[in-house]
Design a protein around this ligand. Structure first.
Ligand SMILES: C[S@@+](CC[C@H](N)C(=O)[O-])C[C@H]1O[C@@H](n2cnc3c(N)ncnc32)[C@H](O)[C@@H]1O
Length: 317
């Protein structure tokens, strides 16, 4: 029998269930590393704030408490459910000038550059939200059966279904290798193609599990799911294109904080920041974190999702 522990998602569902049992109102998404974000962004009264992945507004609400400047605040998210929740949560601030952009952050960044906006604090808390993982219909979760979707932006054309059932063997090998670091990329790609049409996340997970028989700590389809999700949402290209521009959006002495949840993303953040930092005469930023900041064990007790979070921060010269 094949037994695999689904570490990523299941822990989070357990935590959510435990909180629901206690009849306390559970936030849709608990912001990670909130104290650390506030320490590095250091928002002060009157500061302007750009949140590139505002999600359900957990970080944004805490930053706004400090800045008290809704007119200088812009919240971005590509997910329409998140945007609806942000509109409800910040209704009062919207009437005082807070803006919400329903777009991907690459497009939003370009729009803000073109309009000449600058910000004292910028946050990007990358990746998916808890509702993405908890709602089986979104198709992100390995722990629950759902459609092959995985779109953060529900209006986008490319879905996981189109990748899984439409990509050539070479394309599948390429994304499994580059975005999943899957050692058996060729075998997984062939197994997927042989099983077409693949109709659900559970079906996809079991196809990959058959390529990796035996016991493993993490479900063997974790890398495949990550690869397909990154491809569907163009996650690494969005980041690579936008991060250098975020530095251009900072005011002098403005602070940038970025939270990533997987090693490919963290490596990209580390390299892109290092490229703009240093003691050179033309360096644009100074790093505030030599190594990534991770969650304290106390945070992991109430928010297991924080265990893979890595925060890096920089200040504009
Ligand atoms: C980790 S959650 C952010 C949670 C948020 N900090 C909070 O406290 O509620 C990431 C959010 O970023 C959004 N997102 C991810 N990549 C994006 C992109 N390239 N452009 C715009 N939004 C993106 C997702 O839809 C998701 O809502």
């Amino acid at each position: 029998m094949i037994t695999h522990q689904i570490i990523d998602d299941r822990e989070e569902h357990d935590a959510d269930a435990a909180q629901a049992d206690s009849a306390i109102e559970v936030p849709l998404h608990i912001p990670v590393l909130i104290d650390e974000v506030l320490r590095y962004l250091d928002p002060k009264a009157g500061d302007s704030y750009l949140d590139l992945t505002a999600g359900y507004g957990g970080h944004a609400a805490r930053v706004l408490e400090r800045t008290g400047n809704p007119g200088g605040t812009v919240l971005v998210d590509r997910d329409s459910n998140a945007v609806s929740e942000l509109e409800k949560r910040f209704a009062g601030d919207i009437s005082n000038g807070l803006s919400i952009l329903h777009d991907d952050f690459a497009a939003a960044t370009q729009q803000l550059i073109d309009s000449g906006r600058r910000f004292d604090c910028i946050l990007a808390d990358l990746g998916v939200s808890s509702p993405h993982l908890n709602q089986a219909t979104r198709g992100f979760s390995l722990a629950q059966d759902g459609p092959l979707d995985m779109r953060m932006d529900q209006e986008q054309e490319l879905t996981a279904d189109k990748v899984v059932n439409g990509y050539s063997e070479a394309q599948l090998i390429d994304i499994l290798t580059s975005y999943g670091e899957e050692p058996k990329a060729r075998a997984v790609a062939r197994a997927i193609i042989a099983a077409r049409p693949v109709r659900s996340t559970a079906e996809l997970a079991s196809i990959v599990a058959r390529v990796w028989p035996g016991h493993s700590k993490v479900h063997p389809a974790t890398r495949t799911f990550q690869a397909i999700r990154i491809a569907v949402n163009d996650e690494l290209d969005q980041l690579e294109k936008s991060l250098p521009q975020w530095i251009n959006l900072l005011t002098p002495s403005g602070r940038l904080a970025i939270i990533s949840f997987q090693s490919l993303e963290d490596r990209l953040v580390k390299n892109l920041l290092a490229d703009k930092a240093g003691d050179r005469y033309d360096s644009e930023i100074q790093l505030l974190t030599k190594r990534p900041i991770t969650a304290e064990s106390t945070e992991l007790v109430h928010n297991p999702r924080a265990r893979s979070a890595k925060l890096r921060a920089a200040v504009k010269k």
